[in-house]
Design a protein around this ligand. Structure first.
Ligand code: CP
Length: 305
């Protein structure tokens, strides 16, 4: 399968076999194959929104396979402050590197970037829209834990309206034989077009506001932060802030074998006391960002086949 030059923008663009191929390459990288494969390659990591895991794991992924990176971590220090358009920024930086990872608050910013350059663009999160590399590491983590992505009952808890991770993840899971459980306050329900997408793909899902309605049936609970920064009206945010929290008492009432995932960062939706349980896998999940992003960088630059 040839990924050289491909953009990674949205799960909408993927075929199942492409997802499987990336996960296979991530396993190979994790086993120590493909060392130094990115030697001579340069990543531009352009982050116009805050990030810890995505930016740093992209940069670490590049370095660990022998490549180099430069980037924008603080948009205040770039020429966007002087009024430069995103398109001009991308056209310019394309001449300095082999691949660009971009995070931007505007939905569609990664697609717009890809339209003005021949080098691969990787969407590292565009507004509330998509976060495809997060999804690939989520799938990788699930496969690592369960051996397969099929036959699982997966609960998505929290901000399903603004959470780009659950938008991408639910689309990816539609390739597999899973049952989805959407657990959120009414105000934070999954947008209708994502729900429609799943229905069109024949994916069964249940909606509820109460984790205890479904908690005994779940293999995985994927918890998300309420995306405070996406609310136009902070009074609306206040209505839902703190409306769910996974702590030991709640965990005790769920399936004993449940695995708790979270893209992180968390605010207060998972209590620290859950971290030491066998159920918590969110830090392993975050660490899988390295092999998965190494595989993606290798594939789109043509360094890994
Ligand atoms: N999961 C994730 O995207 O984390 P960051 O915002 O820290 O990159």
């Amino acid at each position: 399968m040839n990924f050289k030059g491909k953009d990674i923008i949205s799960l909408r663009d993927f075929k199942k076999e492409e997802i499987e191929y990336i996960l296979q390459k991530a396993s190979e990288v994790k086993e120590g194959r493909h060392s130094n494969s990115l030697k001579g390659k340069v990543l531009a990591s352009l982050f116009f929104e805050p990030s810890t895991r995505t930016r740093l794991s992209f940069e670490a992924a590049m370095t660990l396979l022998g490549g180099n990176f430069f980037g924008i971590a603080d948009p205040q220090s770039s020429s966007t402050q002087k009024g430069e358009t995103l398109k001009d920024t991308i056209k310019t930086i394309s001449g300095y590197c082999d691949v660009i990872a971009i995070r931007h608050p505007f939905e569609g910013a990664a697609r717009a970037s890809a339209d003005v350059t021949e080098i691969p663009i990787i969407n590292a999160g565009d507004g509330s829209n998509q976060h495809p590399t997060q999804t690939l590491l989520d799938l990788y983590t699930i496969k690592e834990q369960f051996g397969s992505l099929d036959g699982l009952n997966i609960g998505l808890l929290g901000d399903l309206k603004y959470g780009r991770t659950v938008h991408s993840l639910s689309m990816a899971l539609s390739f597999y034989n899973v049952k989805l459980f959407m657990i959120s306050p009414e105000l934070l329900k999954m947008p209708i077009h994502y729900a429609q997408y799943l229905e069109n793909k024949g994916i069964k899902y249940t909606e509820t506001q109460n984790i205890f309605d479904v908690g005994q049936d779940l293999d995985i609970l994927y918890v998300t932060r309420i995306q405070r920064e996406r609310f136009g009206d902070l009074q609306e945010y206040e209505k839902v802030a703190g409306s769910y929290k996974i702590n030991l008492e709640v965990l005790d009432k769920l399936n004993k074998k449940i695995k708790i995932m979270h893209p992180l960062p968390r605010v207060d939706e998972i209590d620290d006391s859950v971290d030491k349980t066998d159920n918590a896998i969110y830090f392993e999940q975050a660490h899988n960002g390295i092999p998965v992003r190494q595989a993606i960088l290798g594939l789109v630059t043509g360094a890994i086949q």
